[in-house]
Design a protein around this ligand. Structure first.
Ligand code: ATP
Length: 258
């Protein structure tokens, strides 16, 4: 039997002596898109950080194709996993093309020069996120949505097996929210992302992991996770579930705070 592509087994991570991630276990198949949903502070970003090695778990383990994450070198990990994080800092005082080019690093040695094939990979990624015309613009002068698309282009160039994204639709207008999520599926990567919009999660995720207070409340298909009583309990709002007439996927509507 093939091992799951990405697996968390009884993962626990503490900060300030508090369990921020508390016994999370799930297994994701190759090519599957999984969305992590839950309220602010649920532990979604912390879980992603445990899964790509930025946080070292207190107990439990992360396995990539059955291999322990802790046994992989940084370069091996970068060949397998690309991360599009939530915060970008001022080291990004570089042009779009410089940043996208960074995606090649895990595949090269120090002395390799960029080839025509590399340039073609970069150009194709820039085209996919519609940033070819801004390739020489400085990253810090881009709009929030353009910055997000630039980082996704860098991840595409990295050619990972697994793409991890922390709220990839942040800053994106409705068109690009759908464009980026369909693109990430079409690229064939195994995708794990945090996402606040439950309807986008329902539309694009094969399975959803619902978290609150560091704990896993459900891990299943959207229709099985996005259930009224559970969502009302977790998000503390009245909610209604039906089927979206355009997508035929489960649709969640929340009432206001009473
Ligand atoms: N390094 C840390 N030290 C102390 N507390 C931390 C640390 N990292 C995260 N936390 C706390 O852990 C909890 C979960 O944070 P996390 O960012 O993982 O939540 P989240 O579900 O991604 O939230 P959001 O939806 O707001 O992005 C929060 O209460 C946060 O304050």
């Amino acid at each position: 039997m093939t091992a799951p592509h990405l697996q968390a087994h009884q993962l626990v991570w503490h900060a300030d002596n508090k369990a921020i991630i508390d016994q999370i276990s799930f297994a994701q198949n190759k090519g599957e898109t999984v969305g992590i949903v839950g309220p602010n502070g649920a532990g979604k970003t912390s879980l992603l950080k445990c899964l790509y090695g930025e946080h070292v778990a207190k107990s439990g383990e992360v396995l990539i194709s059955g291999e322990k994450l802790v046994a992989l070198s940084r370069k091996q990990l970068a060949q397998k996993v690309a991360v599009v994080g939530q915060h970008y800092d001022s080291v990004f005082n570089l042009t779009v093309i410089d940043i996208v080019k960074m995606g090649l690093i895990p595949h090269k040695s120090h002395f390799d020069l960029n080839t025509d094939a590399d340039r073609a990979i970069i150009e194709s990624a820039l085209k996919k996120v519609n940033l070819l015309d801004k390739q020489f613009q400085y990253f810090n002068t881009l709009s929030g949505g353009e910055q997000q698309r630039c980082l996704i282009a860098r991840a595409i160039v990295q050619r990972p097996e697994i793409l991890i994204m922390d709220e990839p639709t942040n800053h994106l207008d409705v068109y690009y929210q759908h464009q980026i999520l369909s693109l990430s599926k079409a690229l064939g990567f195994t995708v794990l992302m945090t996402i606040h919009d439950l309807n986008l999660a329902a539309q694009y995720c094969d399975r959803i992991l619902l978290m609150a207070n560091g704990k896993q409340l459900a891990f299943d298909t959207p229709i099985n996770v996005l259930q009224q009583p559970l969502l009302e309990q977790v998000f503390k709002l009245p909610c209604m579930i039906d089927i979206h007439p355009l997508t035929q996927k489960v649709r969640v509507s929340f009432g206001g705070v009473s």
